[in-house]
Design a protein around this ligand. Sequence first.
Ligand SMILES: C[S@@+](CC[C@H](N)C(=O)[O-])C[C@H]1O[C@@H](n2cnc3c(N)ncnc32)[C@H](O)[C@@H]1O
Length: 296
Amino acid sequence: MMYVIDLFSGAGGFSEGARQAGAVVILAVDCWQAALDVHAANHLDCHHWREEVGGHPAELAGRLRAFIGANVPAGQLVHVHASPPCQRLSKANRSSRDTDVGLRLTRFALDVVQAVGCHSWTIEQVSAPAVRKLMDDRGVKYRHLHFDKYGVPSIRRRLIASSVPLDDLPVCVAPPLTLREVMTVAGMQPPEGYDAQRDGSSKPTRRRLDDTSYTVTTRAPVLWNDALGKELALPHVVRSLLQTFPPGYKFGKHSKKMVANAVPPEMSRRLLLHVMRHNSDAPTLTTAGDRSRAST
Ligand SMILES: C[S@@+](CC[C@H](N)C(=O)[O-])C[C@H]1O[C@@H](n2cnc3c(N)ncnc32)[C@H](O)[C@@H]1O
């Protein structure tokens, strides 16, 4: 059995994939109450810590080790995942001051996952030069994953740093669904004339509906009508399917941002299965609980 701690959990995209991979998600940490409420509604037996992390990494790592000692049976595998926020690192905010702020929580996440000393960890972030430099400087292995190669029907691309090698992460043989196919799964046909998609940026580009979707953000993808020069937002059900959330996933308010923020569950399911295969030979963790049991 693998137990998972999800740092910067948001509404639980990563957690949902971990659950689907057969792991038990035991703790989600985030500062956004509405996202934790959604996480809690979908991951009933999970503990939730609402807090703004980013202080001393050793302090949080110590609390996580104590939590593991109290909640994970001895000898079980523990994986820690972190998805620190990426807004300040993305192309739209590339001033050096913003990059410093964005990098701080990524460095913090790396410090924490390494200090906890569990069997395995992953970090998801945008592939900004500053992030790559951080990982290179720390000798951490990472890969840029094109999520459409792993069963996600969008061109989302992210840097995944991991304690286990990702070179042999199996790709999906079948091509990804197109936006039109995902809309069909959702029971929706594009309105007449809306036969393209746009990326919602200030200098929008366009793709066909018969192409894979643009990365899901709060502004994209949108349907586009060339003749009218008008765009149309996609409904939540399509956006959440594009991010591979299961149809029954319970979202509340702010679902647009939560869906856009998420690690697509299908991506995290595949990542976790891969980590489990690598971890199956790993020695077991000595948790705080193990130590206290051993000393009595
Ligand atoms: C990229 S999103 C995480 C998405 C999530 N992994 C998923 O798959 O659904 C980043 C999250 O970090 C949270 N966050 C930002 N700064 C934080 C901080 N200092 N402490 C805790 N959470 C923070 C945000 O509320 C947001 O939910």
